[in-house]
Design a protein around this ligand. Structure first.
Ligand SMILES: C[S@@+](CC[C@H](N)C(=O)[O-])C[C@H]1O[C@@H](n2cnc3c(N)ncnc32)[C@H](O)[C@@H]1O
Length: 352
């Protein structure tokens, strides 16, 4: 029986070879060993487990299985299962965009020390549907959300001081909007952390929203237990709403993770923030994005446009996460991310 130790991955030549005519069971076990699990976005490189099999030669090994007639196996069903598993392992190695659909579990810390658990469905990706995957900056932001709730100035809406009055009156709930929610990690975590004190509206493009809604439904137990109020809907940043939202329709908090990957995004995103953010001094934009070289000009433009709109940074920082997919050489990919919290600058306040 083949096995790998944590420190010493197997070599591809240790695996059963096609010319040896291994049994179907042996092949299926080997192919299971070659599964590339999504990484856990660990916050330290050490926490990320290495591969069970050294990546060198694995693609060739898989191609040999797919090309073989597997004539020594007993049934067509077994042959199909082996070919399917080998093809799946090969597509996993072709990059994240070729990965099959999967459900993933995320832990979100709370201020009580007990983590919340969210399950998110990620359909198989196509290159133009980036919202079908959960990205590293949303993972980092979801883990930071509980501490943002405590850091001054508070993100609690101004309203009656008697909590029972605040709970009874939906006008006094914190209204949160997530832009470009993707699979919904940040928005769902925010909603669960705030429970009945907030309503959270998760939004994205029309092709992404069905999976977002699916993920809301997948987490109904957590959302019910925490009395969270979540809605989902389409909100395209490139469309300016007519008429403009009223003061009651605007949001106290706008959340966005990894929203910039096209030259048009900074202008669209900031315009959307300007449209939907409440005009109060307590209003906040909470954003986190990777500092990838190719997108640094967009991050810079976002910063400038937010400032031009009259927003100022209340708090900011950088942190490193580890992407959930290893690079071609099997290395863990460290991603530096920038988080920022914005409020209206007193210089421009009060706004109309
Ligand atoms: C890189 S993904 C990030 C998704 C999620 N926030 C995360 O971090 O896992 C960017 C998201 O922005 C959305 N997006 C891109 N252009 C958009 C637009 N014009 N209006 C609304 N959402 C848009 C995409 O559909 C996608 O879900």
């Amino acid at each position: 029986m083949i096995s790998a130790t944590e420190d010493e991955p197997l070599h591809v030549l240790d695996l059963p070879q096609v010319y040896e005519k291994p049994s179907g069971t042996e092949l299926m076990k080997t192919l299971a060993l070659l599964t590339q699990q999504p990484r856990t976005f660990g916050v330290s490189a050490e926490a990320v487990k290495g591969p069970a099999v050294h990546p060198a030669g694995v693609n060739r090994y898989l191609t040999q299985i797919i090309a073989s007639p597997l004539s020594w196996l007993d049934t067509d069903e077994l042959r199909e299962a082996v070919w399917d598993a080998a093809a799946a392992r090969l597509s996993e190695r072709s990059g994240r965009t070729a990965m099959p659909a999967m459900s993933r579990v995320f832990s979100v810390p709370t201020s009580s020390g007990k983590d919340l658990t969210l399950t998110l469905h990620e359909p198989s990706l196509t290159s133009d549907n980036l919202g079908m995957k959960t990205w590293v900056s949303s993972y980092l932001l979801s883990r930071r959300l509980h501490s943002l709730l405590e850091s001054p100035p508070s993100l609690v809406p101004s309203g009656p001081t008697d909590p029972s009055v605040a709970q009874a009156d939906s006008q006094n709930k914190l209204r949160a909007l997530e832009l470009g929610s993707g699979t919904g990690l940040v928005g769902l975590a925010f909603a669960a952390l705030h429970g009945k004190t907030a309503t959270t509206h998760l939004t994205d493009l029309s092709e992404i929203v069905p999976n977002l809604e699916h993920n809301r439904a997948l987490n109904v137990e957590l959302l019910t237990n925490t009395e969270a109020k979540v809605t989902t809907g389409v909100l395209d940043w490139s469309v300016v709403p007519e008429p403009q939202p009223t003061a009651e329709e605007r949001f106290d908090v706008i959340l966005a993770a990894d929203p910039l990957y096209s030259p048009k995004h900074p202008a669209w995103l900031v315009q959307t923030v300007g449209t939907w953010l409440s005009r109060g001094l307590d209003a906040r934009v909470v954003a986190e994005m990777p500092l990838r070289d190719a997108y640094l000009p967009q991050v810079q433009e976002f910063r400038q446009r937010m400032t031009d709109l009259g927003l100022a940074i209340v708090e900011e920082g950088q942190e490193t996460g580890y992407d959930d997919w290893e690079g071609a050489d099997g290395d863990v990919l460290a991603v530096k991310c920038w988080w920022s919290i914005w409020g209206w600058s007193e210089k421009v306040w009060p706004l109309s």
